[in-house]
Design a protein around this ligand. Sequence first.
Ligand code: FE2
Ligand code: FE2
Length: 365
Amino acid sequence: MYYEIGKNFYLLRSKEKDFHRNIYLKKFDNKDGTTLNMIFDPGTKLDMKDLLPFLNETIGGIKNIHIVFLSHQDPDLTANAPVVLQSAPGSILITSLDTWRLVKMYGIPEHRVKTIESFNSFTVKFKKSGQTIKFIPAKYCHFRGAAMVYDYESRILFTGDFFGGVDTRKGDGIYATEESWEGIKLFHQLYMPTNKAMKTAIEAISMLNPFPEIIAPQHGDVIKGDLVAEFMTRLMDLPVGIDIIETATTDADLVIVGLNNFFELISVNFPDVFNKMLDHFKGHADFTTPFEIKNGRITQVKISPDTALLQVADFLDSIDDEDIKISLKGILSDSLDQVGVNFSFGKEVKKKDHKSVDMDNIFDI
Ligand SMILES: [Fe+2]
Ligand SMILES: [Fe+2]
């Protein structure tokens, strides 16, 4: 199932319920009746079973792709680049110099690549269609060489991970609503390094003339209408990444960041324990739940941070497998340590030399 979100601009959305990938395709109509076909962030092997029929229906097959654009180097969007380039022998890859430096490790030959920096004013005018696209660097959003693409014909701005989100909107469909904001906020707080980088990228978007009607990110919902300007404004002021660590003034802020880092790590490395832990903390009646948890991440600590940490420690202590228990205690300790909450096993929890809680008997290893 795919969607046309603007003139000849298609979206293929993967089916995960919590965090999915978006692959986009633009068909530029040439004056001679042919088309020039450009794919944006072609996804991973997991997408192939849907991507191939999608390309068959829209452009007559993968072989007819002419341009592969990569917003940055992450495998969730680049893994399919080599196979697309091989299947479409006449195609080229367009990406930033910084991204190329890394994706060349896939063994893509240099003569198949053009960097966005090689185009005058980052702009390409396609001779056969007369259409124009512009590349817009989104430096450090979240990668140094991240880049966006503006398609003037459809007034769609493809933004890569920028404006992406985990899925917090309920129901079907592809377009963002107010409910999408929570997931966008969460994703940016986790992945974007600093608000300053986002501000710079948003200022660059504001300069586009005409102003984009649609923002098409690589994850989450497609943003259109008033929400384009609205979410731009909100991101302008959102502390993310290092900002959160730097501006966190209370134990609670730091404990939330530390615990979310811990959640992130164990969700990948110990998914069974992670799910058990989520159930454990969600299982309480609302008012006794120590945390407010949305999409597997803590958004608020409802009790004193020290007591909340004790509850996490209690949970870890209830794990039967000794090896896993020891590993998780180590990961928790490191995650808290990174944000300045010292977690000394069997001793105490300290935040920057003040306030401590006795942790004896919790971690008696
Ligand atoms: Fe990424
Ligand atoms: Fe991504």
